[in-house]
Design a protein around this ligand. Sequence first.
Ligand code: SAH
Length: 421
Amino acid sequence: APAAARLCSGAGGEAAAAGGDGALLRHLCRKVRASGPVTVAEYMREALTNPAQGYYTRRGGIGESGDFITSPEISQVFGELIGIWYISEWMAMGKPNTFQLVELGPGRGTLTEDILRVFNQLSSVLSKCDVSVHLVEVSPKLGEIQARMLTGGKVQPSPGDESAYMKGISKTGIPIFWYRDIQDVPSGYSFYLAHEFFDALPIHKFQRTEKGWREVLVDIDPEAPDQLRFVLSPSSTPATENFIQPEETRDHVEVCPEAGVIIQRLACRIEKDGGAALVADYGHDGTKTDTFRGFRNHKLHDVLSAPGTADLTADVDFSYLRKMTQERTTTLGPIKQREFLKNMGIDLRLQVLLQNSRDTATREQLLHSYDMLMNPENMGDCFNFFALLPHHRLLHPGKKDKPESRSPLPPVAGFNELLLK
Ligand code: SAH
């Protein structure tokens, strides 16, 4: 997942139990000895989500005392504005009488909590709408933290014949379900959310050489048998054949096929059942090269050292996501976080909160968190918002008959200024 903000959070807390017993490193070394160097994607998958030793499975250190901090953990305003985005899209799409809110990689559950608070505050608007929440989370540890945050711990494991592995009721009375995979989430009109999710998915890395493209692999360092190092594949690999575009101009490229598969699924579902997806992450539009990095205790961490004890991340390539929608949906963005939040009315929201807070400490905290989210030097510029919407959300179907007689479609909030009607 996580982020530049991790760079900003100074001292940070004590590193939690580092889990540095080296079990994952030994497991990876055994694998390399048995069948040769592994791809960066395989290394990243093991380091983050190995069922016994992965970083998210065991630690998932989000928050001030963890390894990195994310926008929803910085300010409640972030999640509130995203909640308003969904309501505004729900209204623009004609207020369907039911929708699912589907979040990928909910972390500690803070973002969902803030969104549900907005839904509750606007319950008069949503009154006739049947809302349910569906969380896609691989880490049992984070699933537990989400359950505590959102339901006060009142959850039950689902019977084996249901696709959810756990279910509960939010403090505001909305049913919540947990899944390991997006494919397990029931079909239906859905609003999808992925905040700092795609950057946690495994990437392949490629290097252009005089002999053509080679894949970067992870091998054991011959000089230090308990250390890993990067090597280049001696010849091309299936991934170099499949993932490098003939027109590629960069010399080093990262590709995240799993992100492509998930975006494709979201696009298919939105095309078929309706809804929208909001993706927020740091990333680029197909221009950056080497962005793979690690974070531990709010500091940069060598990606190959002590796997499983640090968060690993790579910038999201939005141009690749756009391509993988295969034009099943319209895409908007990426636009910078500070532009999106400004369009969503963050300045007005800040003014209201400042007026309502009496003590200086709270005011200072509000101004500080605003600066973290909005300042280009913090998260304002490097984070982006990107959306998938059904084509008909932006374009009247069948444009042949008298387009001038139709009412104009409302602009999409966030990507344009928010119109409150
Ligand atoms: N959205 C949260 C958390 C980001 S951390 C926030 O912004 O604070 C990334 C999240 O994705 C974690 O919850 C992690 O456990 C989850 N995750 C990572 N890989 C996953 C995968 N393959 N499938 C589902 N969830 C995954």
